[in-house]
Structure formats: C-alpha cells, structure tokens
Design a binder for this molecule. Sequence first.
Ligand SMILES: [Zn+2]
Length: 196
Amino acid sequence: MCHSLISDASFWRQLQHLDEQIAQEAKLAGCPYCQGVLHRAHYPRKVFGVRRSLLGEGYDSRLSFCCSREGCRRRTTPASVRFLGRRCFPGALVLLACALTQNLSRRRRARLGATLGVSERTLQRWRHWWRSTLPDTPWWREARARFVPPPQSPLLPSSLLARFSGRGHAEVLIGALQFLTPCSLSTFAALPEQAA
Ligand SMILES: [Zn+2]
C-alpha cells in the first residue's frame, strides 16, 4: 500500500462513480418509508485532508435524497464508499493513513501525517475508531466472520486490507471501502468528525 494513491485523481473519480451508482439504486428503490419518489437533496460537505483540486466535481456533497410525498418528506442518505463518517474525512484517507502509520515511530508517523495533511491528533482519533469503536459494533462482529481467518481487531486497519486482493493498490483499497460502506450510515458508530 502506498500513499501516492491519495494524490491520484482517477482513484477519487472511481470512488465518486461508485457512490453515484449506490445513490442511483437508492433513488430507483424509492422512499424506504412510503415508497414515494425521491428527490435530490445532497448535503454540502467540506472535505478535509485531501487537496481539493484532486477530488474534482462531486466531493462538495454527500449524495442524499428527500421523499417528495407530502406528509412524509423524510430523508434517505445512501451508503457511501467516499465518506466513512457522516462528513469531512474521506474514508480512503482514514483507511490508508492509519494502515501506513500503524507500525511507524512517532517521528516517522508525524512526517507521513504531514505529507497526507493529517495531524497527529486526528490520526490518534482515527486509530481509536479502528481499535475500539469499530470492533465494539455488532456489525463488525458479524462482518469479520466472513473472512477466513477473520481480521484481527487489534491490528486494524492493516489486518482488514490484507484480506483484499486486486490488480493494484487502488483495487485493494476500493474492495475494503466497499466492504465498509455500512460504516458511512448515520445509524453507525460515528467517526470523530472534528478536524484537529
Ligand atoms: Zn416517503
């Protein structure tokens, strides 16, 4: 795994495309509460940690819909491969930064963090999410058992990435992000959102 993926615009475009597909399926399915027609009502999002110019169009918002039926009007926000928490940090960065800094000394971690634009404090918060918040969820306890052998929770996220294969690093990372899409939903244990 290599941090250069973060500066690859085509990688971010692939993720955007996958999110558009997920959103399209959600729109076709209609309102989950009343089957009404869904209208676009995307959330504005300010993305931290990645150069804005890399991300292209689309990263300013989290794809979301509102029911058009009077009396319902409820919001439906589909899962996302781009945002692991509800906002701010792209999941790919959270995954990659934590995997790459997992076994580094404090000094080397700080240097790589600076390259990726992620502070030590933010890295600590993300590590806590991988090591404590995620393993504690019923979803993870069920989902990890799909792998043989299951990824070891104390070694997250590297132990999860190691369960995916592909022709290149982008494919491996995208496989892991697709697996993690339930973590993008607001009903899921939230990733700490504040940028340090
Ligand atoms: Zn509805």
